[in-house]
Design a protein around this ligand. Structure first.
Ligand code: NAG
Ligand code: NAG
Ligand code: NAG
Ligand code: NAG
Ligand code: NAG
Ligand code: NAG
Ligand code: NAG
Ligand code: NAG
Ligand code: NAG
Length: 893
């Protein structure tokens, strides 16, 4: 999301708007003209040509929410409320009040007659953004690298508890898109790793944790925001269009949509659309994406909101299925203009937006509020994302604002530092460890190199949204960050462990040391950063466009120099994504390498827990590390400038990360899932068949009923300014100066394909996430893991599915479908993990029948490869013989 940058925009036009409701009519009509131009171009907001096969088809009307059993009670309660609401109250809940128009990064209007306050929306993918006395948790990528479902949940629960404690209704996380298709993409680190199943499981456990506190979680960004540069329209819209992610239907279903489907099945309350276009139509108003896929096929019942300032039309986005505009402003914030708010009142009164669509938007919002229990004793916000001061303007974007108590500094940390440290520790992935160099002895003589071992001398929060790479890298930059309450620097933690302090060189240039002891240890800290596009850091525009996949600050040279002097070099890497290690990985002195990703506030102790052997490492890579960047498909490179609209066509289809390397017989440096331990494990497996595998799932049930309302256009007086109302300047209200005068001015040019006739129920739908039979268990694989080494440790078991060799579909050789992690196993200890394979896990998306199809031939088996990475697989179970055996030849290099 955009943030303070917007504050810096010159505001020359605002003076005319000092005292609404008397808007300057000329400015308003200029913006309306621009908005309507976008509505009349066929497909809503259809822009430049995309490759012919990627044109977004229209899908209208929006399927109303309320037909799913698990949400029925909440819709019944919402119906009673919405049936009694005025037009002003309805519009209030759908529309943000404007950037900096309330305590949170997003604030809706209220409907206090029904006890519904201004809903508070706040960033928080790794901690509550822009406030104090919270926990700065490890980032998503770090969390994914633990492969630990309990930790996914615990971190989510703690995040939710902190959000509730500050009075946040809707937390803007977790993030499962970008999926990490582009290794250089800026925001991959906010998600959990480059695999749909890893993202799906980590995302939905996070959602469960957040929502167990009554906080509405937001799964984001739907979909295809795989690069930062050109992600959004340049404001004002029309100067340059957002990038178009052109994604074919099968790839969308099998990769990018998969974690969203899982989150919806879990019951997530909100979905945020992405900035980019999908197939040439903005994600915030792509009717196929929202009406068709999200709401009809996946059965989503909650709230669909825009990313910040991503709305580009009013009527168009309403018809395409959007329910909430965030933060509410139109093209340019701070002008008091909106595509919705009073303009939505107009569009309903003049008959252009059907009343039924408005009723559905509001019903979804109110039902979600009930579904999460927010009608019962839910706290109001007690912090301000706009200021750290105790008192200040309630509405900083207003020219004249009343004064509020802005911050009560409520400490919501609880014991969450333990959760944060546990996640950071379990993520640490040991890639290499020759001659048992790790763990280190506390009596060792240690030299530490690199600025990444110590805090930023100006303080860990000195850069806005962490938009600098100074000192230890605990998170990337952008809206997915939080303020550190403290940042436990690795050098301090190392010194707490050692008998004699390390000799530390706080520099990224190697000092002139020439003689060292044969047993002396050098620990070299290097990092690689990225973030969101509103900040450019060391030439990187969000994405790693300047740095490439190399360590920043000449990190490679630092490692090489240390390796030339010391015989025992340990490299610690803090990184947002894969980096290339070829310059030094095979140097004989580089004995050990650990990836600590983005550890958040607990960067120190979590690392020394591993380096000094208090815990055995158990993290595993959430992506592959290739030998060269050219090992990836060319189509996942960053797209550069183009006249018109930048086109990003996902022509590699299903073949990203290990799926691509495997198909092309390219050996990675370290395979997806790689991670070593201080102990050793053996695995054995048994398999049982649980369900009956048919080529398509049993037919779905018909939809249940949805709330019925009068669809008569309400009296215009419902949006008259209330008598004596004291309006805040530039705040976005539902009210109009002379609503009685509104009438349809000619006919509205509805988008191509617009219709009021409902589609037949999609065959792949039926419940939250799709046809519920997709989640029927087909096979159960029991993996017994035995610790055969000398120290305690945890082990991860992963199951990769290989489709029958006579499958008619082109499928990646192997795909992760299930995983789990043992508890701590003492030497000799064992544990049996049960991994289930669902019908969906064995299906491909058939674009012709629009259904999930299992390519069963009956003569060739599915193979289930069991291991702890995508490399070195030798143990497999078969679907037909139901036999498991070891010693087999790995299916991939
Ligand atoms: C994108 O284009 C593909 C190929 O034409 C189509 O199947 C798919 O439905 C489109 N997706 C969206 C969201 O428009
Ligand atoms: C309006 O609210 C009242 C309770 O306040 C309820 O009895 C009634 O059913 C509601 N009206 C409608 C049309 O649902
Ligand atoms: C709409 O929301 C605004 C801002 O919260 C509030 O002042 C106004 O009273 C609300 N209108 C209605 C009809 O509830
Ligand atoms: C109705 O109002 C909306 C919002 O201002 C506008 O976009 C639309 O063109 C209007 N429709 C007609 C038929 O005047
Ligand atoms: C602030 O936090 C406290 C403690 O969590 C809570 O009781 C209160 O309702 C919150 N909101 C306000 C406005 O005080
Ligand atoms: C945390 O809250 C306390 C009051 O409880 C306050 O003194 C302190 O300044 C807050 N911390 C920060 C970083 O604002
Ligand atoms: C954190 O990890 C330690 C060590 O495994 C464990 O004893 C403790 O229960 C964990 N705490 C939480 C809150 O997860
Ligand atoms: C490991 O230690 C042995 C014995 O000290 C030595 O010969 C060998 O070179 C070492 N290996 C590496 C990779 O340093
Ligand atoms: C060891 O290093 C820590 C900081 O990392 C410092 O606080 C402490 O004073 C040092 N101890 C000695 C004996 O130098």
């Amino acid at each position: 999301m955009l943030a303070l940058l917007l504050l810096l925009l010159p505001l020359p036009l605002t003076l005319a708007l000092v005292s609404p409701p008397n808007f300057a009519p000329d400015i308003k009509s200029f913006y309306k003209l621009e908005a309507e131009a976008k509505n009349s171009a066929g497909t809503v907001g259809k822009r430049d040509s995309v490759p012919a096969e990627y044109v977004a088809a229209p899908y209208y009307p929006t399927p109303p929410g309320g037909w799913i059993t698990s949400w029925a009670d909440s819709f019944a309660k919402a119906q009673v409320v919405v049936a009694n609401m005025t037009l002003a109250e309805k519009v209030n809940l759908t529309s943000g009040s404007g950037e900096l128009m309330g305590p949170c990064v997003g604030n809706t209007g209220s409907a206090l007659r029904f006890g519904i306050p201004n809903l508070c929306l706040q960033d928080g993918a790794l901690g509550l953004a822009a406030t104090d006395n919270i926990t700065a948790f490890p980032a998503g990528v770090t969390t994914g690298a633990t492969w630990n479902k309990d930790l996914f949940y615990q971190r989510g629960y703690a995040l939710g508890q902190e959000a509730r404690g500050k009075g946040v209704n809707i937390l803007l996380g977790p993030m499962v898109g970008p999926l990490g298709r582009k290794p250089r993409g800026g925001r991959g680190w906010e998600g959990f790793g480059t695999d749909p199943v890893l993202q799906a499981v980590a995302g939905s456990e996070t959602i469960k944790g957040i929502q167990a506190n009554g906080v509405i979680a937001t799964i984001k960004h739907l979909v295809g925001n795989e690069q930062e540069k050109y992600r959004m329209d340049i404001i004002p819209h029309g100067l340059m269009k957002a990038i178009s992610s052109n994604i074919d239907d099968r790839t969308l279903h099998e990769l990018y949509l998969w974690p969203f489907a899982e989150g919806i099945k879990t019951g997530v309350g909100a979905v945020m659309t992405s900035y980019n276009d999908v197939n040439g139509s903005a994600a915030s108003q792509n009717s196929m994406l929202i009406n068709g896929i999200l709401k009809d096929e996946l059965g989503f019942q909650g709230i669909t909101m825009t990313d910040w300032l991503a709305q580009i039309s009013g009527v168009g986005s309403a018809l395409a299925g959007l329910d909430m505009a965030m933060p509410g402003d139109g093209d340019i914030p701070f002008l008091g203009l909106s595509y919705w708010a009073s303009d939505l009142s107009t569009a309903v009164l003049n008959g252009t937006v059907p009343v039924s669509r408005l009723n559905d938007m509001v019903t979804r919002i109110v039902a979600t509020w009930y579904q999460l229990g927010q009608d019962q004793d839910y706290p109001l916000p007690n912090f301000s994302a706009n200021t750290a001061a105790a008192t200040g303007p309630c509405y900083p974007a207003a020219l004249i604002s009343p004064t509020c108590v802005t911050n009560q500094y409520v400490n919501v940390q609880g014991d969450h530092a333990v959760v944060a440290r546990n996640v950071s520790r379990e993520a640490i992935t040991m890639l290499k460890n020759e001659n048992s160099t790790l763990p280190l002895s506390t009596a060792a003589t240690v030299f530490v190199f690199g600025t990444d071992a110590e805090n930023n001398p100006s303080g860990p929060n000195s850069c806005s949204q962490r938009d600098c790479d100074t000192g230890v890298l605990g998170m990337g930059w952008g809206s997915g960050t939080a303020n550190y309450p403290y940042l436990d620097a690795p050098i301090d933690a190392i010194n707490r462990k050692l008998v004699t302090n390390a000799t530390y060189y706080n520099s990224d240039t190697f000092p002139s040391i020439t003689t060292v002891g044969a047993d002396d240890i050098a620990i070299v800290f290097i990092n690689s950063d990225s973030g969101e596009n509103q900040h450019t850091v060391e030439g990187n525009n969000g994405d790693r466009d300047a740095s490439g996949l190399y360590a920043w600050h000449n990190g490679d040279a630092l490692v090489e120099a240390a390796a030339a002097v010391f015989s025992n070099v340990v490299v610690v890497v803090h990184t947002v994504g894969p980096i290339l290690v070829e310059n030094w990985i095979d140097l004989p002195s580089v004995q050990a390498v650990v990836f600590a990703y983005l550890p958040g506030q607990e960067a120190g102790d979590s690392l020394t827990d591993i380096l000094f052997g208090d815990y055995s490492p158990s993290g595993h890579l959430p992506w592959s590390i290739p030998v060269a960047e050219s090992d990836y498909p060319a189509s996942v490179s960053l797209q550069g400038f183009a006249l018109g609209q930048v086109q990003d066509t996902f022509s590699e289809g299903l073949y990203i990360d290990y799926r691509y390397l495997n198909k092309n017989n390219i050996s990675p440096r370290y395979p997806f899932g790689h991670g070593l331990s201080y102990t050793t494990f053996t695995r054995s497996a048994t398999i049982s068949s649980v369900g009956t595998l048919t080529s398509t799932p049993p037919a779905r049930a018909a939809k249940g009923s949805t709330p019925v309302y009068s669809n008569a256009i309400p009296p215009a007086s419902e949006v008259d300014w209330p008598t004596g109302f004291s309006a805040v300047s530039r705040y976005l209200y539902p009210y109009l100066n002379d609503p009685e005068a509104i009438s349809a001015t000619g006919t509205f040019a509805y988008p191509t394909g617009y219709s009021n006739t409902s589609h037949a129920d999609p065959v792949a739908g039926g419940d939250l996430g799709g046809n519920p039979a997709l989640w029927d268990t087909m096979f159960s694989i029991s993996v017994t893991v035995t610790n055969t080494g000398l120290v305690a440790g945890k082990s991860v078991a992963m199951v990769f599915v290989q489709y029958p060799s006579d499958s008619a579909y082109d499928v990646p050789i192997i795909q992760l479908r299930a995983f789990d992690k043992t508890s701590t196993l003492a030497p000799g200890g064992k544990e049996t993990l049960t991994l289930t394979i669902t019908r969906k896990d064995l299906s491909v998306w058939d674009v012709v029948t629009q259904n999930w199809v299992v390519p069963v031939s009956g003569s060739k088996p599915f193979l289930f490869w069991v291991g702890d990475s995508s490399g070195g697989l030798t143990l497999a179970c078969e679907s037909l013989s139901l036999a498991c055996s070891g010693g087999r030849t790995a299916p991939v290099v």
